[in-house]
Design a protein around this ligand. Sequence first.
Ligand SMILES: [Zn+2]
Length: 100
Amino acid sequence: MKRVFRAATLVQVAHARNVLITAGIQCELRNQYLAGAMGELPMMETWPQLFVDDEDEQSALRALARAATAPVGHPWICEDCGEQLEAQFTSCWRCGASKQ
Ligand SMILES: [Zn+2]
């Protein structure tokens, strides 16, 4: 497993997790409940973190980079297959239809 993301707040990590799930990448959220254990560990090690399989590391990092630079927008629904898609996608990952 490779760590691809970590942040001080669970909200940020949950968003990154959604990005990966939307991109079809399996990920594992760690440290979700460890915030109360600070003190013993270096602080950043207690932050919520996302891990992916080794072979998914590059695609996960690309998906996160794309999401970070995407213009702010709203999720949209594919008119062809009904899939819900994040704002950064301009076409449906499931069926390939373009955003209307
Ligand atoms: Zn679609």
